[in-house]
Ligand binder design. Structure first.
Ligand code: 13P
Length: 253
């Protein structure tokens, strides 16, 4: 089976509505390689309008977060079921900014991942270590705990459909991209861990994306690595030209 190639743009809390629609338009009209799945993750309020723009263009739509229940008295929250009804197919779960600023725990992120699957959507599950953990050489144990506590309780059937994004916290928004070797080493580690739960064949095609200061000038080095199946892009996804260039950075297949 062909290995997946995915480039997802996490717009974070950026762009007023009209600017978001304009950016989505530019990406729809842009030159995108056919063998690369493009996913856009705009803010919640952009989702229904952008869903309409993306129709029939083969671009996936993701939310950046969701709540763990499907309906109820949870003022201000958005459920996976509501997202599904708005044309969303993916949800970013466990971004380090949510872990840091909103105290999202591994246990909560298990419940959110399960809720996302139960609504018929696919989680883009983020993991990755902070700088001090890498400086102590404990990054693998840290990521292993994130996977064990948030993903291992999921059924093998669900787990084999997930998208994982390895995003070392020290590389996010800093310009300090992980080297291709550093990222590859962690991706192999993640794939091995998940293999023990879903078996060889599914693990071989599990999409594991790298995130953290991915730019047009460093994407091809990352995408040349065996276990890096694409990228979750922050800042560079806000500029259509850069995002399209990243999508065009995979080796010839
Ligand atoms: P940057 O690409 O801006 O470093 O952000 C990465 C990220 O957090 C994607 O989710």
């Amino acid at each position: 089976m062909q290995k997946p190639r995915i480039v997802a743009g996490n717009w974070k809390m950026n762009l007023r509505l009209q600017a978001g629609i304009h950016l989505a338009d530019e990406i729809v009209r842009g030159n995108r390689p056919e063998d690369v799945q493009c996913i856009l993750a705009p803010p919640f309020i952009h989702l229904p309008l952008i869903a309409r723009k993306l129709e029939q263009h083969g671009i996936g739509l993701a939310a950046q977060n969701c709540y763990e229940y499907s309906t109820g008295p949870y003022t201000g929250e958005i459920s996976p079921d509501m997202l599904q009804s708005a044309g969303v197919a993916y949800v970013i779960v466990g971004h380090s900014e949510r872990r840091l600023h909103f105290q999202e725990s591994n246990a909560l992120l298990y419940r959110k991942s399960l809720a996302v699957f139960e609504a018929g959507l696919i989680p883009i599950f983020c993991c990755g270590e902070p700088l001090e953990v890498r400086q102590q050489g404990k990054e693998k144990a840290f990521v292993e705990q994130q996977l064990e506590e948030s993903l291992f309780p999921l059924s093998a059937e669900y787990l084999s459909q997930i998208i994982i994004a390895y995003e070392p916290v020290w590389a996010i928004g800093t310009g300090h991209v992980a080297s291709p070797d550093q990222a590859q080493e962690m991706h192999v580690f993640i794939r091995d861990k998940i293999r023990s739960r879903i078996g060889d064949a599914s693990a071989a095609v599990l999409p594991i994306l790298y995130g953290g200061s991915v730019k047009p000038d460093n994407a091809s080095g990352l995408f040349a690595m065996e276990d890096i199946n694409g990228a979750l892009v922050g800042g560079a996804s806000l500029v259509a030209k850069d995002f399209l260039e990243i999508m065009a950075s995979f080796p010839n297949s």
